[in-house]
Write a protein that binds this ligand. Structure first.
Ligand code: PMP
Length: 398
């Protein structure tokens, strides 16, 4: 009898499990569409030129690696705020926004959830059905009861807005409403401007607490366009939380670059909120790492590097759009019995393809094409070389 003999094996992470199976597959025609990562046309995770330049300068400067302030690099936090709200934002001028560097988008969600649980007595969170699979576990881990609100309508490949609003209205006052600000993961289906307004009204009426998750800013319509929801809530006067991730937009996945922002009523309130947020961070991991955030800050603060980054992000966005359109076009030829045009309307890196779990299994077993059992495919992993095989296989399994 050992100390650990009663510990059961934890269930495998479904997506990491998929990666393991992919790596073990000997077929050289295999394609991994299960990941949540942007790949270039050559099938590589890019090192952005803007990032490379900033890294070179950082190395040359022989920057010391002392501890950062608990809330991270000030210039980074300021740059994050400007990306979210715009440099000319009244909220920023009024000192109403608290921002702390965080360990990726996940770390931002985590410290946000802990803050709400400890300081605002938050007990209930509502997440979209479906959502990024880690949302539920993250909030449960912070002591929340997790509810779902209706979101994706499989029949129309759109949003079930009536169902969503009904479910939001049924939440208890003070409940956290987690919203994907753009490029919804896993469906690729976003709210339009009118629907965002309706959601905002219900949140206001029912006294709910919005928490926007923005992990794909720049992958939808553009950097400013993708901040539409953030700016709508900013104009509403309501308090809200935002988790930012730069994993995808700077291709810095492993550097863990994110931020939590909290919109408060005034400068004095912001000071008190920041002081408590720092305690949450201090007791979690003390202070954040230096490298990734200093690189992102350097890019965002240099007009030249910023322009280069915007161009590179634009290329990633356009390449994904191009793959969506090519996929729709080729499927229209090979599988005319089924309409896949919705794939070109979706935003971001993912598509809810409409494939069933059984069809996804056949894709894997017969063709070495790996997708999530829900039918989610990563469009950002498609390229001119693998698209034909993917489309052929889909046409065969439907
Ligand atoms: N939110 C959403 C919606 C995501 O898809 C992801 C990750 N892919 C995250 C948050 C977490 O981002 P990070 O990898 O920066 O922790």
């Amino acid at each position: 009898m050992s100390l650990f003999s009663a510990i059961e094996m934890a269930p495998r992470d479904p997506i990491l499990g998929l990666n393991e199976a992919f790596n073990a597959d000997p077929r050289d025609t295999k394609v991994n569409l299960g990941v949540g990562v942007y790949y270039t046309e050559e099938g590589r995770i890019p090192l952005l030129k803007a990032v490379e330049e900033a890294e070179k300068a950082r190395l040359a400067a022989k920057a010391p690696r002392g501890y950062l302030p608990i809330e991270g690099i000030a210039a980074y936090d300021r740059s994050v705020q400007e990306l979210l709200f715009g440099a000319d934002s009244a909220l920023l001028a009024e000192g109403r926004v608290v921002t702390a560097q965080a360990l990726g988008g996940t770390g931002a969600l985590n410290i946000g959830a802990l803050f709400i649980q400890r300081l605002l007595n938050g007990r209930v969170v509502a997440i979209s059905n479906p959502s990024w699979e880690n949302h539920q576990a993250l909030f449960q881990n912070a002591g929340f009861e997790v509810k779902n609100y209706r979101y994706y309508d499989a029949a129309s490949h759109g949003v079930d807005i009536a169902g969503m609003l009904d479910d939001l209205r049924a939440l208890p006052a003070g409940a956290v409403v987690l919203l994907h600000a753009c490029c919804h993961n896993p469906t690729g289906v976003d709210l339009n401007a009118g629907q965002w307004q309706q959601v905002l009204e219900v949140i206001r009426e029912r006294n709910l607490l919005p928490f926007l998750d923005i992990a794909y800013q720049g992958f939808g319509a553009g950097i400013h366009e993708d901040a539409h929801a953030v700016r709508l809530f900013a104009d509403s006067g309501l308090p809200f939380f935002i988790a930012s991730s730069f994993s995808k937009s700077f291709s810095l996945y492993g550097e863990r670059v994110g931020a939590l922002s909290i919109v408060t009523a005034n400068r004095e309130e912001a000071g008190r909120v920041l002081s408590q947020l720092k305690r949450v961070i201090r007791t979690s991991y003390s202070n954040p790492p230096t490298h990734g955030a200093s690189v992102v800050a350097a890019v965002l603060q240099s007009p030249e590097l910023r322009a280069l980054w915007e161009a590179e992000l634009g290329e990633m966005r356009q390449r994904i759009r191009g793959m969506r359109e090519a996929m729709v076009q080729q499927l229209a030829e090979l599988a005319p019995q089924r309409d896949f045009s919705f794939v070109a309307q979706q935003n971001g890196m993912f598509s809810y393809s409409g494939l069933t779990a059984a069809q996804v299994d056949r894709l894997k077993d017969e063709f070495g094409i790996y997708a999530v059992s829900t039918g989610r495919i990563c469009v950002a992993a498609l390229n001119q070389k693998n698209l034909g095989a993917v489309v052929n296989a889909i046409a065969r399994v439907i």
